[in-house]
Write a protein that binds this ligand. Structure first.
Ligand SMILES: [Zn+2]
Length: 250
């Protein structure tokens, strides 16, 4: 069985003590690759070391911490992304966060920063990985108006009407390993065709159990999707892996 973790944060301090063992466990569990997402300047630099050590297995998507992003930080990330563009597979996660940012002014202030990354993805001809927590409708509206490349809505949790827009645009969603606990995610998994669904762990976050999450647990998402769609686990694993390889152009 071939599995792929399309979004994790391997550079984080949660993996400091056993990062190499985490990578080995992923290989032992049948993963053929993973995309690790940097979320800032320091995280970006740390990720450079990781991908050079694990070429062909770990790939780099360069993004930001959406809820705390400043213009200064965005500019630093953009400069680094341009400089290392040939070793980057996507811009993101970038987008809008209405979960942590509740004040309307703060929400509006995220939009020009989001546009800077949309322009960067266009300039570098890279796909976009979108963070849209509680802001799915606004994020898709902005993307429809300003981006023509490939889009994945990471950990998509929007309502069915927005899932429909994502499906109609030919964009992708990722489902985390614990997606079965969320009504919107279950609905989205049925609305989008399997050819537009990727699996992710978002490790160390969104664990399907009480322990730290890590890439080898991607199997839990494959199992849940296999039950939901009444498809064999091999079929789900191979389809979602092929989708990730196509989306990230690996
Ligand atoms: Zn993430």
């Amino acid at each position: 069985m071939e599995l792929f973790d399309s979004h994790t944060h391997l550079d984080m301090k949660h993996f400091q003590r056993d990062r190499e063992r985490v990578i080995q466990r992923a290989k032992d569990a049948g993963l053929v690759g993973m995309v690790t997402s940097s979320i800032g300047d320091a995280s970006f630099r740390k990720t450079l070391g990781l991908i050079s050590k694990h070429q062909g297995f770990i790939f780099h998507s360069a993004g930001c911490g959406v809820s705390r992003l400043t213009r200064h930080e965005a500019e630093k990330i953009i400069t680094l992304t341009r400089k290392y563009a040939k070793d980057i597979v996507a811009v993101g996660e970038v987008g809008l966060d209405y979960h942590w940012v509740k004040d309307p002014k703060g929400r509006i202030a995220q939009e020009p920063l989001f546009h800077m990354f949309i322009e960067l993805a266009t300039e570098l001809d890279l796909p976009l990985v979108i963070h849209s927590r509680k802001a799915e409708a606004k994020a898709t509206e902005i993307l429809e108006n300003s981006f023509s490349g490939d889009v994945v809505m990471h950990c998509f949790d929007g309502p069915p009407e927005v899932a429909k827009i994502v499906a109609d645009n030919g964009w992708y969603i990722t489902l985390p390993a614990n997606f079965g606990k969320h009504r919107n995610r279950i609905a989205a998994a049925k609305i989008l065709p399997l050819s537009q669904i990727l699996l992710e762990t978002d490790g160390p976050y969104l664990s399907p159990d009480s322990e730290r999450n890590e890439p080898c647990k991607i199997i839990r998402g494959a199992e849940a999707l296999s039950k939901l769609l009444d498809d064999s686990i091999d079929q789900i694993a191979s389809a979602t892996t092929q989708n990730a390889i196509r989306f990230y152009r690996l």
